[in-house]
Design a protein around this ligand. Sequence first.
Ligand SMILES: [Zn+2]
Length: 375
Amino acid sequence: MSIFVPDVHRRAIIVDGHCDTPYRLYRHNLHLDEHDPEAQTDLKTLLQSGITASFFVAYVPPAYANRGAAKFAHTLINLIESEAGRNSDVLSLVTDSEGIRAAKRADKVAIMIGVEGGHAIEDSLDVLREFYGRGARYMTLTHVNTNNWCDSSGDAERHGGLTDFGREVVRTMNDLGMIVDVSHISDKAFAHVIETSRVPVVATHSSCRTLCRHPRNMTDDMLRALAKNGGVCMINFFSAFISDAVAEVTMKAAKRDKMERPPDPGGTEEMPNDRTDWDMFLKWYESLGSPAATLEQVADHVFHAADVAGIDHVGIGSDFDGVPALPTGLTDASKLPALTARLLERGMSEGDVEKVLGANFMRVFEEVERLSVRS
Ligand SMILES: [Zn+2]
């Protein structure tokens, strides 16, 4: 079934802030153009989505903290490079805003690199610089685990936010021209990042806590602080971050089943064996029988963030292939035009829709580039 694609969706530069496909390809030992029943994005649906630039994430599972985290990030960066290379007729690996614009003109999809989980730098600014050197243009300061310098919203507080070294990480990222991603971090760590960063920051995949209670989501105060900073909150599509009913079910069950922290996957001292981790989580999630969120509710989050933070501070960060359930109507990347259509139907102007789809992110990225310290 073909899906209606509004004109503005074809015209716009569309940026997806967070796509976890590399980790799926790694786990399943597949290429981007190969069929995978579990895929929320693959080459075909990515091309159908209308996305101009997708941040492919080098996600480092918490089990790698202090156990080969940097090496694992490099493994996924290698994978991203090789998948972009294999499909260079339609994809191009890009590291700057001009590259995104060039990809749009050439009718290609720009693949960008983000690193998820600050434990990936192994407490070393040199490793951080290495990731930048390899093309990573953002880093999510934590995943669901608190690391040695930043607290996570999904873990116990150890530092009361960011440590002094954590602040140095933020300043170094500002200097490099690497976007600071505040998704996943604790509320206090978020406040410390806002205090510390001299350039706008981005939540690459976070939704609104007023509409859905999950602590991964941004409170209205955080949205306002982000607006003041000039940044963007890119709305995550995961059902449990969109629908409060789903969040309630999953948060209760996580507590009951002690699933808040992933179990240690074993393996060697140097390298965990995490390939089955995700499958366990998926089975557990499916066993809950949670209701699905809806595309309409995703639109609710976009409108709420725009009401609170202003239309200039909202974007989209799908989290495709990083979540066990997507809303009905938005079940894979090819359905993205339906979200655009819904925003228009609900009265958002084409200009505002363009901002949400990518123009806001582009503004921030260009500012981060402009305010970097070039050697
Ligand atoms: Zn994430």
